[in-house]
Design a protein around this ligand. Structure first.
Ligand code: GLN
Length: 304
């Protein structure tokens, strides 16, 4: 398969959509990013790779970090985790409060903000140095020691994070937060602020694509079944209220973030990351969705 040629052709054919949508502005630091950028990179488990455009430009991974938090929480807590968070798709926006109130502070799934805020609380309770240990894990799984948090993005989100503050309060009221709510929020925003490029993300997610390889990074270990279950949750919950649409159009487990990144995997074959900051109304990258839809159509490599 000539992945390089395929992604170059895809990039040309999605140009009519280049100005659709706009970047996230509710995090002021993200509003400063040039919206007209695009990168894409694929790695196969056999060592093939292809990349185009800004595949090496780092961006804010935002909610893609929730996959790394889930890997850590499952490794540390095992199935105990499911006492505090569900694993059903929500059909609601990533920052919705409605369901959380009705379901008495048990987030529907770990990829909603509420679920990831509970995971931030778990990591604060379980780890001795949560900030260092989370970063060490992400660096180890990516095989790249230069990955960093962007503390300006985290601070900018904290200053304007009224909705996430409401979520953490509702969780605490329902006894689903152990630590001080300010520390939990700050750690949640910090995890979201990690910056990685498409090449780095695609490399990191090979660990999820290849569940037959031992998952053991910076002391975080998962069994093959746990890795497959993380992929199952990516399939059903990775795109909030657009999870069905992503499944329909692309047909892969994946995860998006409001920085405009999307990463998706084809189990036992490849991992692909795409980035373009302009988002649709559901908070997913317009060009990213188009590129992945064409990618699985052209290669005929999707799980369906
Ligand atoms: N940090 C962002 C928030 O809490 C993450 C949202 C996202 O990427 N979907 O709103």
């Amino acid at each position: 398969m000539d992945y390089q040629q395929i992604i170059e052709d895809i990039y040309k054919s999605i140009q009519p959509h280049a100005k659709e949508g706009k970047q996230a502005t509710y995090i002021p630091e993200l509003a400063k990013v040039d919206p007209d950028q695009f990168g894409m990179c694929i790695h196969t488990i056999y060592g093939e790779t292809a990349a185009i455009e800004k595949a090496d430009t780092r961006f804010s991974i935002q909610s893609i970090s929730k996959v790394f938090s889930l890997a850590m929480c499952l490794s540390l807590k095992g199935d105990e985790l499911w006492k505090r968070i569900g694993k059903e798709p929500s059909g609601t926006a990533f920052n919705s409060l409605v369901q959380l109130e009705i379901e008495r502070g048990i987030p529907r799934n770990p990829f909603l903000n509420s679920g990831a805020i509970v995971m931030a609380d778990i990591l604060l309770s379980e780890l001795t140095n949560p900030e260092e240990e989370f970063l060490s894990f992400v660096r180890a799984v990516s095989g790249n020691d230069s990955i960093e948090y962007n503390r300006e993005v985290a601070a900018s989100e904290r200053e304007n994070g009224y909705l996430n503050a409401a979520i953490v309060n509702l969780l605490k009221y329902n006894n689903n937060i152990e630590n001080n709510i300010e520390s939990v929020l700050q750690f949640y925003f910090l995890m979201c602020s990690i910056e990685m490029s498409c090449r780095e993300l695609s490399q990191a997610f090979l660990a999820f694509a290849n569940h037959r390889r031992k998952f053991d990074y910076a002391g975080i270990t998962l069994t093959a079944s746990q890795v497959k279950r993380i992929n199952a949750i990516m399939q059903t919950c990775g795109f909030y209220d657009e999870a069905g649409e992503f499944s329909y159009l692309v047909g892969l487990p994946g995860k998006s973030g409001v920085g405009g990144g999307i990463v998706a995997i084809y189990p036992l074959l490849y991992s692909v990351a795409v980035w373009s900051p302009r988002l649709n109304a559901k908070g997913n990258s317009v060009m990213g969705l188009k590129a992945l839809e064409l990618f699985t159509s052209e290669t005929k490599e999707s799980i369906f």
